[in-house]
Design a protein around this ligand. Structure first.
Ligand SMILES: *[C@@H]1O[C@H](CO)[C@@H](O)[C@H](O)[C@H]1NC(C)=O
Length: 483
């Protein structure tokens, strides 16, 4: 017995240290994986790999645990809303950009502490109390919507065309102080949040372990909520998502349509952006002027009335335009100040058949390219000069182009359209060919000796492509050989 004790002690010690060593090894392995998450042998075109049906539509997600997504520190999902469908309010642990690929409707965001500036008219006869709520915005195709971290968001489709909204969450943002897992906190319903399944699979648990998610009210005891809201038990049950006959999901159908206090829909939806923005600005300055003789409450100047949508779709004033090649429009924090909070930006581009985006790279951002329409050949090259992607990117597919990796594209259809989300609010691009490119900025002699060329060849490299960023289809007549 006396001999057994030390033996078992040492055995125990051995076991423990073994266990610790194992854990350390696992930890180191994960650390190792994290350290090299951008060591990408090969990039892929990603399709959504999961779809959750709801009463009023569905949500598709891309697996955020794949290496390119981990490298870029982002999570992507796409939500489709049928007519009269309401996406229940939720907030997210990281900043988010939503691009409206199709359709139109209204959305709202709840900023804690901001006043309820939309008021229902007072009706003296009615017993119904007057409703007030925070600002409601209208959105249309081509809009980029900025959703700051932790701000509750909802949206609604009031038209026949289904709304398709692509949403990018920047989980690697400094504003997310949790881990890299995208987390939706639903205010209502009892659906599982759309990224939860990836968390399960990451932990190595079984997929079947159906975790019927609930909303943030569900976890509190009814007594707490009864007192906090001053309502009865039955109402509390609804708040907790418990009185639903069947699971409606994150998108619910509103029978007869939603009625919120909002200005009437504008007739000409396709008005050019400038007009719309000018009008917005005009309205703002008018309200400021009016208030100037009274004491200001200051809300005109704050986040409460900030512009949260900006159209980058087919606009009349793109940033790059060539009728034979296509156009590109970028929203940065300079033209869309809300992006300053998010530290994100986005670019919309459309290319004619056989037109090219010259080889270029993003100096300060990862780029998440989502194809909206058509298809294009794309090539991506890493720092060792290896082609890590060489293939066709089609509608609905996503390619992640990490920072500084070089990328070029050639459209294969007459109307190739994409939106590229970027992880910087003022992204910079460096081109490797054409006017204003890196090569153009180098002295001819440096080119000559760096590439071992004759001087006229160096001059050709600098001068032969007169285009900026978009190169039209190559035609024999356009070849101007400086021989
Ligand atoms: C570049 O890509 C090649 C080909 O996949 C790969 O072998 C190499 O490790 C990559 N280089 C770096 C530094 O990631």
């Amino acid at each position: 017995m006396a001999k057994l004790l030390p033996l078992s002690l040492s055995l125990c010690f051995l076991l423990f240290s073994g266990c610790f060593a194992f854990r350390e090894q696992a930890h180191a392995q994960q650390q190792h994986q994290n350290d090299f998450k951008c060591q990408l042998q090969r990039l892929n075109a990603h399709k959504p790999d999961h779809r959750i049906e709801s009463e009023g539509g569905f949500i598709e997600t891309w697996n955020p645990n794949t290496k390119p997504f981990q490298c870029a520190g982002v999570a992507l999902s796409r939500c489709t809303l049928q007519r009269n469908a309401l996406r229940r309010p939720f907030y997210t642990n990281a900043p988010q950009q939503i691009y409206i690929q199709q359709g139109s409707g209204i959305f709202g965001m709840i900023f804690s502490g901001c006043p309820e500036t939309f008021e229902e008219p007072q009706q003296s006869q009615s017993h119904k109390a007057q409703d007030r709520h925070q600002k409601v915005y209208r959105f249309r195709e081509g809009d980029l919507i900025a959703v700051p971290t932790g701000v509750a968001f909802w949206m609604y489709n009031d038209e026949d065309t289904p709304v398709v909204a692509v949403s990018l969450i920047h989980t690697d943002s400094f504003q997310n102080q949790l881990d890299q897992m995208p987390r939706r906190f639903y205010l209502a319903g009892n659906q599982e949040q759309e990224f939860a399944q990836y968390q399960h699979s990451q932990k190595g648990k079984q997929q079947e372990e159906e975790n019927d998610g609930s909303n943030i009210f569900s976890g509190f005891t009814p007594e707490f909520l009864e007192q906090a809201l001053g309502v009865d038990r039955k109402t509390v049950r609804n708040l907790q998502g418990e009185n639903e006959d069947e699971e409606k999901g994150a998108i619910v159908k509103v029978e007869g349509g939603l009625s919120v206090t909002a200005p009437p829909m504008r007739k000409q939806q396709q008005r050019p952006q400038e007009e719309e923005e000018e009008e917005d600005d005009e309205e703002k300055s008018r309200s400021k002027g009016k208030g100037s003789h009274k004491s200001k409450n200051g809300i005109e100047e704050t986040i409460c009335t900030m512009r949260l949508r900006h159209n980058i779709g087919q606009t009349s004033s793109p940033d790059f335009f060539n009728p034979q090649a296509g156009s590109i429009t970028t929203a940065t924090s300079l033209d869309f100040p809300a992006l300053f909070l998010l530290k994100l930006s986005a670019q919309f581009g459309s290319l004619r058949k056989n037109a090219m985006l010259v080889p270029h790279y993003n100096l300060n951002a990862n780029s998440i390219v989502c194809v909206l329409q058509g298809r294009a050949l794309m090539q991506v090259v890493n720092c060792t000069g290896d082609r890590v992607f060489d293939g066709e990117l089609q509608e609905g597919e996503v390619l992640i182009v990490p920072q500084n990796f070089a990328v070029a594209a050639k459209s294969q259809s007459n109307n190739f359209k994409y939106v590229a989300f970027k992880t910087h609010d003022r992204p910079k691009t460096g081109t490797l060919a054409g006017r204003n490119s890196l090569l153009n900025a180098l002295p001819e002699e440096v080119i000559q000796h760096s590439f071992n060329l004759r001087s006229e060849q160096a001059r050709q490299i600098k001068n032969n492509n007169p285009f900026n960023f978009l190169v039209p289809p190559r035609q024999e007549s356009q070849r101007r050989d400086v021989a």
